[in-house]
Each structure stands twice: as C-alpha cells, then as structure tokens.
Design a binder for this molecule. Structure first.
Ligand SMILES: [Mn+2]
Length: 355
C-alpha cells in the first residue's frame, strides 16, 4: 500500500510552503515511494506550532503516544498543544506530562499542522474544527485510512507509540526517561501485557530499549494493572453476573443502572471484555455497555483466529484483528442479537477450518 502518497486536499496557503515544495520535489523526481518518517519530520521541522490529538476515550497507546509526541516537538523547539475530547483514564494520569493534556471538544488555531495518532478519520477524535488544518495521520490499526495530507500507517507496529519512537530516533532526539515511560506504556497496554497478536521479537527489543532509556517496567505495570478502582470491580461483578456462553462465543453487558449503582465511569468499562475472551475454549467475545439515548457501546475481542476488526468495520467501527469496537443502536437486547448474528458465522468458519 502507498502509505506515503500525498493527497491533493485543500490546504491553507499560510501552511508550510517549504515542506510543500519539498514534497512536490520528492513526488516529481523520485519513482520510489518517499519515506513517511522523513516527510513527517520535514513538516515538523518547518512548522512552529502543532496540535497533537488521538481518539476519544483515550487508551494507554493514545495517551502515551500523545505525550511522547509532545515531548519530541518540545525537544525540536516547537510548541505543541495536546488535546483530548475525553478525560484521561486514572491509570494513565500518572504518566509524565499527563496534566498538560487539555480537555476540549473544539480546537482553535493557528496550527502549522495537526498530528492525529491512531485515528482512522477526524470523527474518531470527537474534536471539531480540524477540517481546515494540515493533517498528519499516524496509525497502526487494520482499519487505518489515508484521509490526511500525510499518512503513515504501519499495521505491523505493536502500538502507535512504536511509530513515535521511530520518529524520535530519526529526528536524533533524546529518549528521556519520561518519554521512555510514556512509550513503554503504549507497548505494554496495546499488546495486552505482551499477550496479543502484535507481540513479536521486535516488541521485546523495543521494550528493552525503552527500559534502558529509563522506563521502569515494574512501576508502570503496577500503575496500569494494579490500581483498579473499587467502582470498576463492582461494575465487573455486575458484568460477570450477566456472562453468557454459546460454544466458542461469550458475551457480557452492563446497563446504565449497573453503571450508576457501581458509581462507575466510562473508563471503568475498559478491559471488562477480556474476562469473557479469556475463558478456555472461547474464540471471540463481546462486551456491551448501555449508553444514554438508546445507544450501545460494543467492544470485541478474539484470541486471534476470528477477525473482529472486519466485523466492527461492517458495523461502522474499527480496530485490530483481535481487539475492535463500534457503537450500535439500542436497546441492549437487540444489539446483543445483532452482534451475535455477526459473530456466529465467523466463529463457525474458524471451527470448520481451525488454523
Ligand atoms: Mn494503538
């Protein structure tokens, strides 16, 4: 795929003339696809002020890669505003610099470019007002799209943080202990603690480099995995009491009432689906959470042999082959039937022809 192709999208005349001519030069005189890392660095070097954002309901990769990107820009002498539509989950609020991420629903310039980390489109950020800016898209999702002016999508990367790390190295910047902590968190959380399909030898090499650079694997694991709120445990209890199993499929759900009774926040739903997929003999699992206004938030997981990203994409969402999600229409009972109708044939196909 041509992750490096520049789209001919309107860009404001005030933006980055030097970078523009450089890219035109690359396109005109080079038959080989230009290096996306070099192109993105060129844009960063030529600008002064950047916005860095990621998807709504940010996870460890979103928060860690935003923070590391901000640190890189700072080292380059640039100004970076970090913005998120939703608040940062408690597990990631202790990351260095996390307090600098501003909460907003609309962005205001001027910015020389907006860096979008792991978003397959502008809508994923839930931030308004980005259409007029020069956009840089860095992603590693199976559902990644080339919607921006510069697109770097590497589906083999364990986290977007891994891609930010490559940018940092290519820029000749220093991986500080703070940056290493943020980047290690992206790798740890996006691989599910080095368990998911994206985990390979290079993932451990990256974790090794980041540990040498000052990330503390024990402290980070404590912060991420051993700091569960009491509200989340109560919510998990409610979800597990609704656990259903049908052959290689399992699903669980929480209602709005469960959320209120547990004093749970949105972020407390994170990871509950894993308790269904971890059952022996289960290949794919779903977690459904009732939202206000008859909408249902769906999280899908598989052990890697059922492609849940393809299912989520058919339903208007996206993600990775073994971790994906989308939003469905309610009520809960019909959303459950809708997702079971999608999952049953995929699981049956795997059962008929196990890899
Ligand atoms: Mn990610």
């Amino acid at each position: 795929m041509s992750a490096t192709r520049q789209k001919t999208v309107h860009r404001p005349a005030t933006k980055l003339p030097a970078e523009s001519s450089r890219v035109a030069e690359l396109q005109a005189f080079s038959a080989a696809p230009a290096d996306p890392v070099a192109q993105i660095l060129e844009t960063l070097r030529n600008g002064e002020r950047f916005l860095v954002c990621s998807h709504s309901r940010p996870d460890g990769d979103a928060v860690g890669s935003m923070l590391a990107m901000g640190m890189l820009l700072e080292q380059m002498g640039k100004r970076a505003d970090l913005v998120s539509a939703d608040r940062i989950p408690g597990a990631y609020r202790m990351l260095p610099g996390a307090e600098s991420i501003r909460s907003a629903l609309r962005i205001h310039g001027p910015y020389d470019a907006v860096v979008l980390l792991e978003c397959d489109g502008l809508a994923r950020t839930r931030l308004r007002g980005m259409e007029d800016f020069y956009l840089i898209n860095i992603d590693h999702h199976a559902s990644g799209q080339e919607y921006a002016h510069q697109n770097w999508i590497d589906r083999d990367a364990a986290s977007v943080g891994e891609l930010v790390y490559r940018l940092v190295k290519a820029a000749g910047a220093t991986v500080t202990p703070e940056m290493a902590t943020c980047l290690y968190t992206t790798v740890l959380t996006d691989t599910g603690g080095f368990c998911y399909g994206s985990t390979k030898a290079s993932t451990f090499a990256l974790a090794h480099d980041l540990t040498l650079a000052g990330a503390n694997p024990i402290r980070i694991a404590q912060d991420v995995y051993f700091s569960t709120s009491a509200a989340k445990m109560l919510l998990l209890g409610a979800a597990l009491s609704n656990l259903k199993r049908e052959g290689r499929l399992a699903w669980l759900s929480v209602t709005n009432q469960d959320m209120v009774r547990s004093c749970a926040a949105e972020e407390d739903c994170e990871g509950i689906v894993n308790y269904a997929v971890c059952i022996a003999g289960v290949e794919a699992a779903a977690f459904l959470r009732e939202l206000p206004e008859q909408r249902i938030r769906l999280s899908l997981r598989s052990k890697g042999r059922v492609n849940v990203a393809a299912i989520a994409e058919r339903l208007g969402g996206g993600g990775h082959e073994n971790a994906a999600g989308c939003t469905l229409d309610g009520p809960l009972s019909s959303a459950i039937e809708e997702i079971l109708a999608e999952l049953r044939p995929s699981v049956a196909a795997f059962a008929a022809n196990p890899a």
